[in-house]
Design a protein around this ligand. Structure first.
Ligand code: PSU
Ligand code: MN
Length: 306
């Protein structure tokens, strides 16, 4: 690896060298998933939650030709407020590095860069997956391919029903990715705790999740591991309300001909408008909740490795 393409923040490097728990964070959720200034406030709160639990946060983004692992406050502010920030999935990394442009990393590219840095746990809000109607559009997120090949555990709140949840689970099964529900028997649907989709594996503690990670990787399976954590009860949106908003947003997207990488950011913004901001509040709370669990898993995994 050319060391000039990756720069690990000294605090993150020190934690890695000491064998202390580190949690990676993505930046597409900041640049394209939430409006300014809620995005930067949330990004800082997420880092604070991880520190409170006793782990070191490492937010990842591409800045001036370098994959940064761990951002300064100024860098976080730049990613959150710049008018042009590329949404960087795996295929875009080389382009954004070589043009020295500003890039926010998705689940796929954050996993890849976290893996290079030796970070095993990554916290986000929601993953990409198989979109509804993918039989026609072929819109299946690169996040699923990355989960198939990169040894990082991803903590999320499940997937929004803009995706086809059962088909997303089918693809993850094909690709050998364990899908764990934390204290839940169904796949959480991001804004709501409920869905009709049973979860493949239920585990009820961070320690149990860490021992699955240890066993999975120790026996030599290189895939990622997906951990789904339901949004806290107090912020969970009624399934009917949110499904209605999602249907309306999907219709809007199709009427306007929104395609490819613009689909998820468009839908997130549309759902926020339709729900009068309630979806944004839910989004913030579920990410904070995931940060808490992710830090606990990172700590338990370090223990399991001793
Ligand atoms: N889901 C969300 N918020 C997000 C994303 C997904 O609720 O911000 C972002 C993540 O970065 C995810 C990406 O990796 O969208 C998936 O995009 P695509 O479907 O274009 O692969
Ligand atoms: Mn897509």
């Amino acid at each position: 690896m050319n060391p000039s393409y990756i720069s690990i923040h000294p605090e993150v490097q020190a934690a890695l060298d000491a064998g202390n728990p580190v949690v990676a964070l993505e930046s597409t959720i900041i640049a394209h998933g939430m409006p300014y200034p809620d995005n930067v406030t949330t990004a800082k709160q997420v880092e604070a939650v991880i520190r409170d639990q006793g782990a070191t946060p490492a937010t990842i983004a591409i800045i001036n030709g370098v994959c940064k692992v761990g951002l300064t406050n100024d860098e976080l502010e730049t990613i959150a407020s710049a008018t042009t920030v590329a949404k960087v999935s795996r295929r875009d990394i080389g382009h954004v590095l070589s043009t020295k442009s500003l890039g926010a990393t998705t689940v796929a590219s954050t996993m890849y860069i976290a893996g290079l840095a030796g970070i095993r746990v990554f916290v986000t809000g929601g993953i990409g997956g198989v979109h509804r109607g993918a039989q026609e559009s072929m819109d299946i997120s690169a996040d699923l391919e990355e989960l198939a090949q990169t040894s990082v555990a991803v903590v999320c709140a499940g997937a929004k029903s803009i995706l086809d949840l059962p088909l997303t689970l089918e693809v993850l099964e094909t690709k050998g990715v364990p899908v764990i529900g934390y204290q839940t028997d169904v796949l959480p649907a991001f804004y709501s705790r409920e869905s009709d989709t049973p979860i493949p594996i239920r585990l009820d503690s961070a320690t149990a999740i860490a021992s699955l990670m240890f066993a999975h990787w120790h026996i030599g399976i290189p895939s990622g591991i997906l951990i789904t954590n339901p949004i806290p009860e107090a912020y969970s949106m009624p399934k009917n309300n949110i499904d209605h908003a999602i249907d309306q947003a999907l219709l809007d997207a199709s009427n306007r001909g929104i395609k490819g990488k613009d689909v998820s950011p468009f839908l997130l913004a549309a759902i926020k408008e339709i729900t009068g901001g309630l979806s944004l509040k839910a989004n913030i709370e579920l990410v904070l909740n995931n940060a808490r669990l992710g830090a606990q898993i990172a700590i338990a995994y370090q223990e399991a490795n001793k």
